[in-house]
Write a protein that binds this ligand. Sequence first.
Ligand code: DX5
Ligand code: ZN
Length: 248
Amino acid sequence: MGQLLPRTNSLTSLVNSSYELNEIRIAPSILAWDLGDLERAVEISVEGGADQVHLDVIDGHFAPNITFGPGTVKALRRRSDLKFDTHLMIDRPQLYVEKFLDAGSDLLTFHAEVLNGPSFDELSRTVITRGKEVGLALKPETDLPAWAVDRLEKISTLVVMTVNPGFSGQAMDMSVMPKLEKTSALIKARGLKTDIEIDGGVEEDNVHEVVKRGGNVLVAGAGVYAKRDPVAAISVLRRRAESARREG
Ligand code: DX5
Ligand code: ZN
């Protein structure tokens, strides 16, 4: 976790530092699977060696879709030990944070657009007290707000969305790339170990691009579950990401 590492005050001090990039992680998004058979979706993630499974919770207000809630997360938790990465695309996360923690989420991601410094502080305190991780997500057009820059140490995962929240199967919005680069440079300059998760339209042919620009956690809905062999698709994404990483 980032807070254990010293802060660096200038980019030059990084030249000689041994900043180690975070490991590549693959996070299949079950929203792209048959919603009547989510147990199988989680099983596929396990069989494919995914590092975590991405659970998209949408309330019909924050984004134009309604998916599932804590009851579903809890039911899936009984069937798997895999890390649950719960992405809350909801207007009032304060009302549900405890429920998703009780349901078994390991990483709870909130959207910056519905928060400010004090409300983030309250949510992150609740999550961290329960021994779980905090994520902060940004829609494609949202820049990292100043209050979040001041609180980066509390954020385990910064979720950079590369589609508008709502649906799986959209094409990646490449106009987000400069923001991704800027954000990963900031995290590095601060000597933090925040994961940078890319969410939206990740496919084998764009993994290279996002890893080169600093993404290390790859969410993939259609990029896994719409493939003929979803189990194999997880390894393909991992191989592509790791080879992009090796190229530096
Ligand atoms: C969009 C969700 C994404 C989405 C990813 O609202 O947050 O996680 O399911 O699916 P793909 O990879 O198909 O864009
Ligand atoms: Zn998501």
